[in-house]
Ligand binder design. Structure first.
Ligand SMILES: [Zn+2]
Length: 485
C-alpha cells in the first residue's frame, strides 16, 4: 500500500501448542502409541469409539502432564476431571473428544523468554492453562475419497495455552523455540512438528497501540513449522490492518495457512465454547492428585535450561551465545558436560560442539542421536590435535568422518592417512624437495627478505605431505633447512 498507515497498530498474539505425550499406551485404552504403523493396526473398541466400550485414564500420561505443568511453573489441580467436547469429524469416531474444560490439570504458569525488557529482565509469557486430552485420528485425502486411520486416535495430548502476551511474530517464534527447548528437558514427547507430535495454532488480533481492549481475532491452523507460524502471523497482521484501514469489519474465524501460496484462507467462523456442548465425561471417575505425587514429580525434574545456562556461564566461563546454544537442547548439553568430565578444558570442548558439531547437525538437519560421535571420541580427537598429530584442518576432516563412522579418532585418522607421524623424516624429505623445486623462485625471494614467500613454501610442503604436518611447525624447519644449505 502506497500511503502510510495513520494508526500505529500493535499485534496481540497467543499460541496454543499441542504436545503428544510419548507414553507406551494411549490415553484411555491399552493400544500402543507408535508413529508409522500400518493404518488402523493400533486400535481397539475404546479408541474406535464402539458403543459400550469404556475408557480408563492412563496414569503415566497424567504424570507427564504434571511434569509439563511444573516445568512451566503452573499450579497443579487437586483432581483430574475430564469432559466431553462434542463435535463431528470423520476421524473422531465417538463424535466427541475427551478433553478438560473447566478444570485443566495445570494452570497459571509462565514461560520466561530470552527477550530482555526495558530493565534487562527476561520477558514473561503467561501460560494460561495446560490440559489433557486425546488426539483424533487422521484423515487421508485421496482423489475421490477420504480414508481414515485411527492409529492416532486416543494418543495422549497436553495442550499448552499461552496468554495473549506476544507482540510480534518474532516473539512468537522465540516463545515456540523456548517452549520446545524446555519440553525437550522433560523427555515426555518427541516434539517433532514433522511427525505431528508438536502442533501449533496461533491466535492473532491487532489494536491501535495504547488501547487496552483486544481487536477481533483469527485463529490460524495448519502451521507445519515454526517458520510457517512466523510467516502466517506476518500475513495475518497485514491482512487485519488492511481490512481495518479500508473501513471494513473483521469477523472471528478460523483460517488455514496455505504453505504454497503463503496466505491464509477462511475455514469457518469460530465455534464458541457453547457449540461444543461440554459436559463432564460420565464414563470416567474424578481422581485425586495428591500433593505427595506432585512433590515427587517436582523432585525428579531435571535441571531446567534457565538454571543450567547460569551454571554454564559461571562454572565453565563460556561466552553467553555458546552457553545458550549448548543448553538449547538437553542432549547437546549432556554431551558437552560428559566431554568436559573427560577433558578439563570447557572452552575448547565448547568450541568443537558449538562450531563443528553444530555445523554437522545443521547441514544434515538431524539430531545428535543420529550422529555416531561420543564424548569420548571427541575428547580423543582434541587430544590428537593438542599432541600435534593432527593439524587444525585435518582434525576437522577426521571429525566429519568420525561423525559418520563412529570410529575412534586415532583409528579414523589412520584410516584416512591423516595422522602426523612422530618420525619427521617425511617432513624433512618434503622440505628438501620443495626447496629444490623453488630454488630460483620462492627460496630466492625468501633469502632476499620477502617473508610472503614463506607462506607459499609452507603451502607447497603441506601439499606434498597431504596435510600430515602441522603448518605452524614448518617455517622454523624450512629456515633451518635453508640455513644448512
Ligand atoms: Zn485402543
Amino acid at each position: 500500500m502506497a500511503h502510510a498507515t495513520a494508526v500505529d497498530y500493535e499485534p496481540v498474539i497467543g499460541l496454543e501448542v499441542h504436545v503428544q505425550l510419548k507414553t507406551a499406551s494411549k490415553m484411555f485404552c491399552g493400544c500402543r502409541v507408535q508413529f508409522g504403523a500400518p493404518a488402523n493396526s493400533l486400535t481397539c473398541p475404546v479408541c474406535l469409539g464402539l458403543p459400550g466400550a469404556l475408557p480408563m485414564a492412563n496414569r503415566q500420561a497424567v504424570e507427564f502432564g504434571i511434569r509439563v505443568g511444573l516445568a512451566l511453573n503452573c499450579q497443579i489441580a487437586h483432581r483430574v476431571k475430564f469432559d466431553r467436547k462434542n463435535y463431528f469429524y470423520p476421524d473422531l469416531p465417538k463424535g466427541y473428544q475427551i478433553s478438560q474444560h473447566d478444570e485443566p490439570l495445570c494452570f497459571d504458569g509462565e514461560l520466561q523468554l530470552p527477550i530482555p525488557d526495558a530493565t534487562g529482565a527476561p520477558k514473561v509469557c503467561r501460560i494460561t492453562r495446560a490440559h489433557m486430552e486425546e488426539d483424533a485420528g487422521k484423515s487421508i485425502h485421496m482423489d475421490a475419497s477420504t480414508l481414515v486411520d485411527l492409529n492416532r486416535a486416543g494418543t495422549p495430548l497436553i495442550e499448552v495455552v499461552g496468554g495473549p502476551d506476544l507482540r510480534s511474530p518474532e516473539e512468537a517464534y522465540v516463545y515456540l523455540t523456548t517452549l520446545k527447548r524446555n519440553l525437550s528437558y522433560l523427555g515426555v514427547s518427541d516434539l517433532s512438528m514433522e511427525k505431528g507430535s508438536l502442533r501449533c495454532d496461533a491466535n492473532i488480533s491487532v489494536r491501535p497501540r495504547g488501547r487496552q481492549q483486544f481487536g477481533v481475532r483469527s485463529e490460524i491452523k495448519n502451521l507445519n513449522s515454526f517458520r510457517a507460524v512466523k510467516a502466517a502471523l506476518e500475513y495475518e497482521i497485514k491482512r487485519h490492518i488492511r481490512v481495518l484501514e479500508a473501513g471494513g469489519t473483521l469477523h472471528q474465524e478460523t483460517r488455514l495457512w496455505d504453505e504454497e501460496k503463503l496466505e491464509t484462507r477462511s475455514l469457518r467462523s469460530k465455534e464458541s465454547a457453547t457449540d461444543y456442548r461440554f459436559f463432564p465425561e460420565p464414563d470416567l471417575n474424578l481422581f485425586d492428585v495428591p500433593r505427595a505425587w506432585v512433590d515427587g514429580v517436582r523432585a525428579a525434574l531435571p535441571e531446567m535450561p534457565e538454571k543450567r545456562l547460569l551454571r554454564f556461564l559461571h562454572d565453565y566461563k563460556l561466552a553467553r551465545a555458546d552457553a545458550e546454544y549448548l543448553v538449547g537442547d538437553r542432549a547437546i548439553a549432556d554431551f558437552y558436560e560428559a566431554a568436559v568430565a573427560l577433558l578439563d578444558n570447557p572452552r575448547k570442548v565448547a568450541a568443537w560442539v558449538v562450531v563443528e558439531l553444530a555445523r554437522e547437525l545443521n547441514e544434515r538437519n538431524c539430531d545428535l542421536a543420529d550422529l555416531k560421535l561420543t564424548p569420548a571420541t571427541l575428547v580423543e580427537l582434541i587430544g590428537l590435535q593438542d599432541a600435534g598429530r593432527l593439524n587444525n584442518i585435518t582434525a576437522k576432516e577426521v571429525f566429519r568422518a568420525m561423525v559418520e563412522s563412529g570410529e575412534g579418532a586415532e583409528a579414523c585418522a589412520r584410516r584416512l592417512n591423516k595422522l602426523i607421524e612422530r618420525d619427521d623424516s617425511a617432513v624433512q624429505a618434503a622440505i628438501a624437495e620443495v626447496l629444490g623445486e623453488f630454488k630460483d623462485g620462492a627460496v630466492a625471494d625468501l633469502r632476499a627478505g620477502k617473508q610472503a614467500a614463506m607462506g607459499f613454501l609452507v603451502g607447497q610442503c603441506m601439499r606434498k605431505l597431504r596435510g600430515k604436518a602441522n603448518p605452524k611447525d614448518l617455517p622454523a624447519l624450512i629456515e633451518d633447512a635453508i640455513r644448512r644449505e
